[in-house]
Design a protein around this ligand. Structure first.
Ligand code: PLP
Length: 452
């Protein structure tokens, strides 16, 4: 057992920790039978430390959320201080933590997003956004896109356009969500080629709005996260903003994964100077030290609720112990210039990944922004056929990317392997040497795919 593990857990061996976890908990998005969770006893900076003391470079910031890295003392102090000061007050009260974070958010969020609803997850923040959009517009439909992920509850999974949704239908089918084609220039679903297409996938959304009527909002991940780090062409978001404005529809940006410096801007929408009507975020807002989600709305929406009933709320909404560390986290990101750092390291990562692509025929595409990249794996570069699909995953087949990730883990690097691609998204404090090590470890094991 790691010497730094907590005193309270000293009585348990690593094997007992694993066994008890497996015995009494569900492993998510997987079959239970072969779940063998690793005991994480400690973590610092960009590293996780297992029960035997072995260190792992975290090359995807866990679930793309540990942006600041582990054991940041200022954040730890903020949690401890808040716990001593005021551990809970119901959401109807004002608290110092809430006031301080709100003031900071008003400075950092895209201009005009000025009224906040705090949750404890990205999923709940999306649920809030959908309800607010429906209350504000009096309309019911949400246009989401294929290859998007917005959460795992009934409402948010219904708005999710990725295969995790199909796996649970019909329960996953929520009312009022319709899907538009994703923006995916590598594998365009409508067989167009950029720039000749003139962003036809955005025009199709306008076609949907006009034909459907009753559309409250268009919901987008500005850069699609788990489903492939899909970066839209620069014209896409401004065009979507115009379409929404001209048709009286709200634009919701789900920045749960792309917010907080991940893409080299505080928020991905900043890349295109587009301000959504509602911005949803979580993960990096506290670098996952504590669970916090945020649904931020525009002034016009805020104004509407002056005289309309705001019919939403949670017991743990605006929980002080979730808010105080967010303030510390944002200050630490500013002190360490982490947004600029992600932007500056992007060309370095891109060049390294392109080198990797030139060596391995199993890589079809590399793409990303800031410290948020996908390595898209294909059987054949001409057909772009992936090695696996989600259907393989839910049928229990061994996935090529999982085989590679397992080898990398044995070599001390953790990476998110998502069906047919890897997500490279280290903590924003990562060094060039650590980037080199992570990519070299991927390089070493890509032969599994090259030879598959
Ligand atoms: N939206 C996006 C874009 C996400 O990537 C995620 C989680 O990965 C969610 C929503 C759901 O957030 P949470 O897991 O905090 O509920």
């Amino acid at each position: 057992m790691s010497p730094t593990d907590t005193a309270a857990s000293q009585a348990l061996t690593s094997q007992q920790v694993v066994d008890l976890t497996r015995q009494y908990n569900y492993g998510t998005w997987r079959f239970q039978r072969n779940w063998n969770p690793m005991h994480i006893a400690d973590a610092e900076g960009c590293y996780l430390i297992d029960g035997s003391g072995k260190r792992y470079l975290d090359f995807s910031s866990q679930l793309m959320c540990s942006n600041l890295g582990h054991k940041n003392q200022a954040v730890i102090d903020a949690i401890a201080h808040q716990a001593q000061q005021l551990s809970y007050a119901m959401p109807g009260y004002a608290t110092t933590a809430r006031a301080e974070l709100s003031q900071l958010l008003a400075e950092i969020l895209p201009k005009g997003l000025r009224k906040f609803f705090f949750t404890t997850s990205g999923t709940e923040a999306n649920e809030a956004a959908f309800k607010i959009a429906r209350m504000y517009t009096g309309k019911s439909k949400i246009i989401a896109r294929y290859r998007s992920y917005h959460g795992s509850t009934i409402g948010s999974i219904a708005a999710t356009g990725d295969p995790r949704r199909w796996a649970m239908e019909p329960g996953g089918k929520g009312p009022g969500v319709i899907f538009a084609p994703e923006v995916n220039c590598y594998k365009c679903p409508i067989r167009h080629t950029y720039p000749g297409c003139n962003i036809a996938c955005a025009d199709y959304i306008e076609h949907m709005i006009r034909n459907e009527s009753d559309v409250a909002a268009v919901l987008v991940e500005p850069i699609v996260g788990t489903n492939g780090v899909l970066v839209p062409p620069d014209e896409y978001m401004p065009k979507l903003r115009r379409i929404c404005d001209e048709n009286g529809v709200l634009l919701i940006a789900d920045e749960v994964m792309t917010g907080w410096g991940r893409t080299g801007e505080w928020f991905a929408m900043n890349h295109w100077s587009v301000i959504p009507d509602i911005l949803v975020t979580a993960k990096g807002i506290t670098s996952a030290y504590v669970p916090l989600g945020l649904c931020a709305t525009s002034e016009k929406i805020a104004e509407f609720f002056q005289d309309h009933f705001f019919s939403h709320g949670h017991t743990y909404e605006a929980h002080p112990i979730t808010l105080a560390p967010a303030v510390a986290c944002i200050h630490e990101m500013q002190r360490l210039n982490l947004v600029e750092r992600a932007r500056e390291l992007a060309p370095y990562v891109e060049a390294k990944l392109n080198d990797l692509k030139s060596k391995h025929r199993s890589i079809g595409d590399v793409r990303g922004k800031g410290l948020f990249w996908a390595v898209d794996m294909v059987k054949d570069r001409t057909t772009k056929e992936p090695f696996n699909t989600y259907a393989d995953k839910v049928s229990g087949k061994s996935l090529v990317v999982d085989q590679i990730a397992a080898k990398m883990l044995a070599d001390g690097v953790t990476i998110q392997a998502w069906v047919s691609h890897f997500v490279i998204a280290p903590p924003l404090i990562v060094t060039k040497e650590e980037i080199d090590r992570g990519i070299a470890t991927l390089d070493k094991h890509l032969t599994i795919a090259d030879e598959a």
